[in-house]
Design a protein around this ligand. Structure first.
Ligand code: AP5
Ligand code: MG
Length: 314
């Protein structure tokens, strides 16, 4: 299946799907998340290094929460496959219809479906600082990701393993509320919304995830141990020389964040912090605000000597 990750000659996502489109640009995938990053200029590279990071950990370990804190502070984009799948489900795309029952039952989607979901998004992250949350989740996905990144000459730089005890996670999950359109995560004891039941940014209602109940959660945890945890040995092995593997442990609310911040700063000492005016927003690839920002950046680039956005923005 490696061919699915082979770099396409053109990676623009046209608004009107054509029959000739490759699998990674299928109708259902592009419908769920229109995307505008492809022709952006490269991120200013810090010390010649680009942050390409995996946020790895059990369900409920805090991957989404900590990714959001990093992208709020630094000029980084995040991509959560769980958020992407929930968007597909909400939009009733082909992938979403297939994913609905699997996600609700706490099982993993097949690797080839996940590739359809993430391939075009990964192309778009080229030369940006990025974090992947929830991908790869099997050894097969890990090898395919490596092949793809090798093809782009853009190897992983950091793998962060959030090591949180099972009993701690179980109590968190029962307190979790999410804003589905953006993926923003709240917790009634750790980070409450300003108004109970409503998203801080949009004021829209928060919901519970259907897979956040004790029975399904224990299946998700088992899947993690069976299918996902072998990836840790893979990233610790010499096969993956480029990526530093860092394990962070913590139980209470803010124990892990300073460790994570320090790990990122150590690897990327000059990584840029966001301007305070936009630091209030979560920079996720599933957040409509992000895409608006990126569209504006493309237009600014076009106004100087950048690429012509009309090729791919309509
Ligand atoms: P996904 O959405 O990725 O779920 P997950 O991996 O089970 O992880 P969670 O989102 O539940 O937890 P998290 O680590 O992000 O924790 P959070 O920050 O929310 O995937 C869902 C499903 O999609 C999968 O089960 C599968 O079916 C499918 N899928 C996705 N990717 C796939 C792939 N690659 N292949 C196949 N299938 C795939 O935090 C949890 C709670 O703890 C929150 O309430 C939060 O506020 C709280 N919290 C966080 N940090 C702290 C802290 N430090 N102290 C106290 N509370 C905290
Ligand atoms: Mg999450």
């Amino acid at each position: 299946m490696t061919f699915l990750f082979a770099r396409a000659p053109s990676i623009r996502i046209a608004p009107i799907p054509t029959a000739a489109r490759s699998i990674s640009h299928s109708v259902s995938v592009s419908k769920a998340l229109p995307f505008y990053l492809n022709n952006l200029r490269s991120t200013e590279q810090n010390d010649g290094k680009v942050l390409r990071m995996l946020m790895f950990g059990k369900p409920g370990a805090g991957k989404g929460t900590l990714s959001a804190r990093l992208v709020k502070k630094y000029d980084i984009l995040s991509l959560s496959t769980g958020d992407l799948l929930r968007q597909h489900i909400a939009e009733r795309t082909e992938v979403g219809r297939q994913a609905e029952e699997i996600v609700a039952q706490g099982n993993l989607l097949p690797d080839d479906v996940m590739l359809k979901v993430v391939a075009s998004k990964l192309e778009s992250l080229n030369n940006r600082h990025w974090i992947l949350d929830g991908f790869p989740r099997t050894l097969g996905q890990g090898k395919l990701l490596d092949a793809h990144l090798q093809n782009q000459n853009a190897p992983l730089s950091l793998v962060v393993n959030l090591d949180v005890a099972d009993n701690v996670i179980l109590s968190r999950i029962s307190d979790r509320w999410v804003h589905l359109p953006s993926g923003r995560v709240y917790n009634m004891s750790y980070n409450r919304p300003k108004v109970d039941g409503f998203d801080d940014e949009t004021g829209e209602p928060l919901t519970r995830r259907p897979d956040d109940n004790p029975e399904i959660f224990s299946r998700r945890l088992k899947k993690f141990y069976d299918s996902t945890s072998p990836l840790l040995a893979y990233y610790a092995s010499s096969v993956n020389k480029s990526a530093r593997l860092v394990t962070l442990q913590g139980e209470t609310s803010d124990e892990i964040w300073p460790q994570l911040d320090a790990a990122v700063r150590r690897s990327f000492p000059s990584i840029r912090e966001r301007a305070s005016s936009i630091a209030q927003r979560r920079y996720s690839l599933s957040d409509p605000f992000t895409m608006e920002q990126e569209k504006r950046a493309i237009k600014r680039a076009a106004a100087s000597d950048g690429p012509n956005p009309s090729n791919f923005l309509n």
